[in-house]
Design a binder for this molecule. Structure first.
Ligand SMILES: Nc1ncnc2c1ncn2[C@@H]1O[C@H](COP(=O)(O)OP(=O)(O)O)[C@@H](O)[C@H]1O
Ligand SMILES: [Mg+2]
Length: 275
């Protein structure tokens, strides 16, 4: 880490363990995980299928309770919160991006993006104005009144990203957000996530099984059989080089001129990759 003040961990686990009961079997999905993620980091969690990546993300995000051990976000021990407090905490401080986008089908892009603000009690006009601003930063202002079915997979995921960022969360969690996208669209979507995280100083935790995407992260956490095999901070130079390589020659004006010319944007979608 170069110069400056030492960073404070914003996410921290202590002896985290998660065991699932399947019939009479017990599956140890996480086994004694101690992990720290620093404030403002873009962190990728990688590992083979079934290694425990989603389980870890779900514990970090307070979507599931650990069997044992602790999870802290900032100074809050979320693993000790009641379901009600946890739900409130998630709404106030966390954002989520899903592999399958999870947009509400009867709502327009703008209404979907505005939704987290409704739970925060923001009035309708302000909500929609903020949603449009967020869609604009995703190159999607022109799709504000479209329904999810009227958009490509890449566009829907960018709506999902706008929705995660709209309420200015401290941390955003994403489980395989590019898992349903083709390679070019995946890169474009990752670029937007990196850019927004940096601009808004959001800590970002993303599960991916694509090493070339993970190489762009500030920190790469590798999970093997429910344990942290390594947690590596990449130096600035390596990161910059990896990003340059990945994004070289890519059309990053997604949703802009290129989208109009192709009449859709993100190119081929729903590549049907198994996950
Ligand atoms: N709800 C669940 N019930 C039972 N077993 C589960 C559940 N979720 C995950 N597992 C098991 O826990 C292990 C880790 O799963 P997961 O975290 O989904 O892996 P990954 O995301 O790395 O593919 C796997 O063996 C999986 O089958
Ligand atoms: Mg998974």
């Amino acid at each position: 880490m170069k110069g400056g003040a030492p960073l404070a961990p914003i996410i921290r686990t202590e002896h985290l363990r998660k065991v699932y009961a399947v019939g009479k079997e017990r599956v140890v999905a996480l086994n004694d995980v101690d992990l720290s993620i620093e404030k403002g980091e873009f962190c990728c969690i990688v590992g083979q299928s079934g290694s425990g990546k989603s389980t870890l993300l779900n514990q970090l995000a307070g979507l599931e309770k650990p069997t044992r051990g602790k999870v802290f976000i900032g100074r809050h021990e979320i693993s000790a919160m009641s379901e009600t407090d946890l739900a409130r905490f998630r709404q106030a401080h966390l954002g989520f991006i899903f592999q399958s986008y999870n947009l509400l089908p009867t709502m327009t892009a703008a209404e979907n993006v505005a939704l987290p603000l409704m739970f925060k009690g923001v009035d309708k006009n302000t909500r929609l104005a903020l949603a449009r601003k967020e869609l604009k930063s995703m190159g999607l202002l022109g799709r504000a009144n479209h329904l999810p079915t009227e958009m490509s997979g890449g566009q829907q995921q960018r709506v999902g990203i706008a929705r995660a960022f709209v309420s200015n969360p401290k941390v955003i969690f994403a489980d395989e957000p590019t898992g349903n996208l083709d390679s070019t669209t995946s890169k474009q979507v990752l670029y937007r996530m990196l850019e927004l995280s940096k601009n808004q100083q959001v800590t970002f935790v993303m599960v991916t099984h694509e090493p070339e995407l993970a190489r762009c992260a500030d920190r790469i956490v590798t999970i093997l059989d429910g344990k942290v095999q390594s947690s590596v901070v990449q130096d600035e130079e390596t990161r910059r080089r990896n990003r340059e390589e990945l994004f070289a020659g890519l059309d990053l004006t997604i949703g802009g001129k290129a989208a109009k010319e192709k009449g859709g944007g993100g190119g081929k979608t729903e590549a049907g990759r198994a996950s």
